[in-house]
Design a protein around this ligand. Structure first.
Ligand SMILES: O=C(O)CCC(=O)C(=O)O
Length: 270
């Protein structure tokens, strides 16, 4: 792996990108990982049988035969040290702390979104926050392309600035539930951004209130993404059911920062 991409090398996010993220709720992180490391992540995910099905609260994600159209791994960094070391590496940590804007933060979740090439359905537009048991906003997702992705493979799209609307609710009542069906005016108001090709190892970031979705994938090639989620240290657990977060041993009202299951990331610390 060339030094430029090493996990020991910090990835500092330019001021303009941090400003874009604050204003628009998303930004790009080109070259976050090397294409070789992206391929390694993909191979490890494909070799793992740790697949999860969407829960009742995730019905929006896909049709019933989810394994054909969407393969998901959840919480790999809580099952396999290789993924944990990646999430806590100087490279990922420096990028996450730039986004948090503080010298300390929390690593809280990782997940894959692999749309198979034969019939990868679109990802309905949604916000993440209403699906999570967090008492305040502040969490965000780093979404990493694991293969080169053309536009027609469905990279994430965003409504830039729409995070300022605040939480608009869960859209999880049925497969394909899309918040833009209830709020068609938002596209006219904010427009659409993203959805452009990515190289393996490139990433996009979106905030928990960003409205995002993706086109389908009918290219015949798998569209594989790996996501890492981080947040500031002050967020409290609401106790709402969630496949991953309920494993942290917290009671409603507890701070995520106090769970031994939640790794802290600190500027400069090993
Ligand atoms: O990859 C996708 O299509 C969905 C990803 C997503 O919604 C997320 O990471 O929050």
């Amino acid at each position: 792996m060339s030094n430029e991409f090493s996990l020991d090398t910090e990835y500092r996010i330019p001021k303009e990108s941090l400003e874009q993220c604050r204003k628009e709720g998303w930004t790009r992180l080109p070259g976050l990982l090397s294409p070789e490391l992206a391929a390694q992540i993909m191979n490890r995910l494909y070799a793992s049988d740790n697949l999860v099905a969407p829960t009742e609260a995730e019905k929006w994600m896909t049709a019933n035969d989810y394994q054909r159209v969407l393969r998901m791994h959840d919480g790999m960094a809580w099952k396999d040290d290789w993924f944990r070391e990646l999430a806590l590496s100087p490279r990922m940590k420096s990028a996450a702390l730039d986004l948090i804007g503080q010298d300390e933060g929390l690593f809280i979740h990782d997940m894959s979104f692999i749309k198979t090439g034969d019939d990868g359905a679109p990802t309905p537009f949604h916000q993440d926050f209403p699906h999570w048991p967090f008492d305040r906003t502040g969490a965000f997702t780093i979404w990493i392309a694991l293969t080169d992705m053309s536009e027609d493979m469905g990279t994430l799209q965003f409504l830039p600035g729409a995070h300022m609307e605040g939480p608009l609710g869960r859209y999880s009542r049925k497969a394909g539930d899309d918040m833009l069906n209830d709020h068609p005016e938002l596209v006219a108001k904010y427009g659409l951004a993203g959805g452009t090709p990515l190289r393996a190892g490139d990433a996009t970031v979106h905030l928990d209130l960003s409205i995002h979705g993706a086109g389908g994938n009918t290219t015949g090639r798998d569209r594989a993404a790996y996501t890492l989620r981080y947040m500031p240290t002050n967020v409290l657990y609401t106790g709402a059911p969630h496949r991953h977060f309920e494993k942290f041993g917290l009671n409603a009202g507890d701070a995520f920062a106090d769970s031994p299951q939640v790794p802290h990331i600190r500027r400069g610390a090993a």
